[in-house]
Design a binder for this molecule. Structure first.
Ligand code: NAD
Ligand code: GLY
Length: 360
């Protein structure tokens, strides 16, 4: 088992990465000294696979868990479903000393984390991410929240978990399309801060796609380490943390205009990162060679790199990007690459250049 620490003084917590960890969920929670009652929040798909082992492990360790399940998918990340969770927590009499376990992908983690941040003004929570995307990104760093029709993640909080438990075994049941979507965030870490990781991904992509546990363990731990370092320096995104949003300005816009249905988050940010690479060539001196390497890696990972938008869709995309949390004073801010392994945030880009980057 590997451990990566998220360094946040008294709110620091470990990310544990390894095989067979779900069976020990109860033991890991017991070490945290949490209350006896807890709620496992999950989605219907994840519940089918992992409800029994998670609940059994908690009971064996002496906890009294209740299980709450939501529909699967991005469209479930709503205030309506948050309300449904509150009602169930209250019905089951969960108290201040109780805790929540988010068992699922980023949708469950964001929603359950938001419930934990707000129920009784905040109770403890543990992240058990079950998608690659959630293991390398969404379960770490404390951003929790839900979508509005107007845009992604527009309601939320910064609220750190007490523990993140990444069991590599659960990735075996993850559909291939979802696994590939997670690779979009993995590749992002190489681009934003680690050229060696990027080169390793170019070399070891077939091993990752074959779910080789040793390669998965090293790569997931490296991604978590990068995220932990960034969050440790800038928890509330005053500056540095914005680099984690490489490709997300256009990506979030695409998700919003397709009503969170057509593209998975990872697919949308793959297209967004490729567009950001094209903009970077013009604005921050990214070499054509580095841009080609980026497009080629997303392509080899089986991710979409282009999109065909009508004039109306382009207009809608710009309107959606205006609602992005990174907008200030009406200006859309981009994270752009200088080279593979180094990016710069807060870049204002002319609309014509953005439009050009979306052309095939
Ligand atoms: P997801 O949570 O929708 O999970 C994807 C699908 O896989 C779902 O249908 C789910 O039921 C299924 N699934 C999950 N684990 C499984 C398993 N082990 N076996 C079989 N099926 C499984 O999607 P996601 O890609 O994990 O997360 C995307 C969300 O994460 C988006 O809402 C995005 O905004 C959010 N996000 C948040 C942060 C953050 O910092 N909080 C960062 C990145 C992304
Ligand atoms: N995924 C972006 C962040 O955590 O800041």
């Amino acid at each position: 088992m590997r451990t990566v620490k998220v360094p946040l003084a008294e709110r620091s917590y470990p990310i544990r990465i390894g095989t067979g960890l779900l069976a020990d969920l109860g033991k890991h929670c017991a070490r945290l000294g949490l209350g006896e009652r807890c709620a496992v929040i999950s989605d219907h798909t994840v519940a089918k696979h992992y409800r029994n082992p998670a609940v059994a492990s908690l009971k064996t360790a002496g906890f009294k868990p209740v299980f709450i399940s939501q529909p699967a998918g991005e469209r479930a990340k709503t205030l309506k479903n948050v309300q449904a969770c509150y009602d169930q927590l209250a019905n089951h009499r969960l108290e201040r000393g109780s805790f929540i376990i988010a068992l699922g992908g980023g949708v469950v983690g964001d929603l359950a984390g938001f419930v934990a941040a707000t129920y009784l003004r905040g109770i403890d929570f543990v992240q058990v991410p079950t998608t690659l995307l959630a293991q390398v990104d969404s379960s770490v760093g404390g951003k929790v929240g839900v979508n509005l029709t107007a845009g992604k993640n527009l309601v939320g909080a910064f609220y750190q978990p007490k523990l993140v438990l990444c069991d590599l075994d659960v990735l075996r049941t993850l559909p291939t399309r979802e696994f590939r979507a997670g690779l979009a965030e993995v590749i992002k870490y190489g681009i934003i801060s680690d050229a060696n990781l990027f080169a390793r991904l170019e070399r070891d992509l077939p091993k990752l796609l074959a779910h080789d546990p040793a390669t998965l363990g090293v790569v997931i731990a490296r991604c978590c380490q990068i995220k932990a370092e960034v969050v440790g320096k800038d928890e509330r995104e005053a500056g540095l943390r914005a680099i984690l949003n490489f490709g997300h300005t256009i990506g979030h816009g695409l998700e919003a205009i397709s009503s969170y249905g057509k593209y998975l988050h990872g697919e949308a940010i793959s297209i967004g990162q490729v567009a950001a690479a094209k903009i970077s060539k013009q604005c921050t001196g990214l070499t054509a060679k580095d841009a080609v390497r980026m497009v080629s890696l997303f392509d080899k990972a089986g991710l979409p790199t282009q999109i065909k938008l009508t004039a109306l869709q382009t207009k809608q995309l710009f309107a959606a990007m205006q609602l992005d949390k990174k907008v200030s004073g009406g200006k859309i801010k981009f994270v752009l690459a200088k080279r593979i392994g180094q990016v710069v945030a807060g870049q204002i880009v002319a609309p014509a250049i953005i439009r050009q980057s979306l052309k095939q």
